[in-house]
Design a protein around this ligand. Structure first.
Ligand code: PGA
Length: 261
């Protein structure tokens, strides 16, 4: 089973639509200059909602080999939900990926496992590929309970789905203590949890589904640490925050296979 690595840039609430356009253009030029093979390592950007249309126009107009993603989606189909954005609206904008259950949503907006599950199911229903984010806070890591914690989050998010749906989605292990802190998990830390998440999918569904699901690592990923993280057998890519808002850094992360080991 070969899983195509995915490097996804989560811009968070950084870069307006003009800055986002410039970043995507520069990213594309840099990757073209470097003859990046997009079939070998897939690239996605997750701009804020207000930039999706502009970035879509650029990607589609110039036929850029970059996938478009969103940072969140409503669990509701449509209707009276002020401030929310539906899966159907995202699909219509050519969005392929959507982050669900990012720790900043869980922490700042009280999103629980039940809501993450509902959003995941809604995204799948509309043909989006959810990037289901899980991760433990520092006190859970210190207590040595990070595997149980993250496996519990994944199991809850995937409950009730079909194996074929799970095979096509993406999981992202993002230890909360490593997000935006410069505190990166060691490659072994990343591997330990990514392997456990895959095993949990095998237990909840089957071995074939577990072999197909892509598991990303996220948390202070930079050009200097990506290669050793990607060398881990159960890490299939990265969800990059801060470094994805710099075209040069993000392109360097995408090109991790060329880094000296
Ligand atoms: P970071 O964010 O790379 O800035 O640590 C990662 C994320 O939250 O997706």
């Amino acid at each position: 089973m070969t899983r195509t690595p995915l490097i996804a840039g989560n811009w968070k609430m950084v870069l307006d639509h003009q800055q986002g356009t410039l970043l995507v253009q520069k990213l594309d030029w840099t990757l073209k200059d470097a003859k990046h093979d997009h079939a070998a390592v897939e690239v996605a950007v997750l701009p804020p909602f207000t930039s999706l249309r502009t970035v879509q126009t650029l990607i589609e107009g110039d036929k850029l080999p970059i996938a478009l993603g969103a940072q969140d989606v409503s669990a509701h189909e449509s209707g009276a939900h002020t401030g929310e954005v539906s899966a159907a609206m995202l699909t219509k904008l050519g969005v392929r990926y959507v982050a669900v259950g990012h720790s900043e949503r869980r922490q700042d907006h009280g999103e629980d496992d039940a809501l993450v599950r509902a959003k995941t199911a809604k995204a799948l229903e509309h043909g989006l590929v959810p990037i289901v984010c899980v991760g433990e806070p520092l006190e859970v890591r210190r207590a040595g309970e990070h595997v149980g914690h993250t496996v519990g989050q994944v199991t809850a998010a995937l409950e009730g789905l079909q194996a074929a749906q799970v095979a096509g989605l993406v999981l992202a292990y993002e230890p909360v203590w490593a997000i935006g802190t410069g505190e990166v998990a060691t490659p072994e830390d990343a591997q330990e949890v990514c392997e456990a998440l895959r095993a949990a999918v095998a237990g909840q569904f089957d071995a074939e589904t577990a072999a197909a699901v892509r598991v990303l690592y996220g948390g202070s990923v930079k050009p200097a640490n990506i290669a050793s993280i990607m060398a881990q057998p159960d890490v299939d890519g990265a969800l990059v925050g801060g470094a994805s808002t710099d075209a040069g850094d993000f392109a360097a992360i995408v090109r991790y296979r060329e880094h000296p080991s």
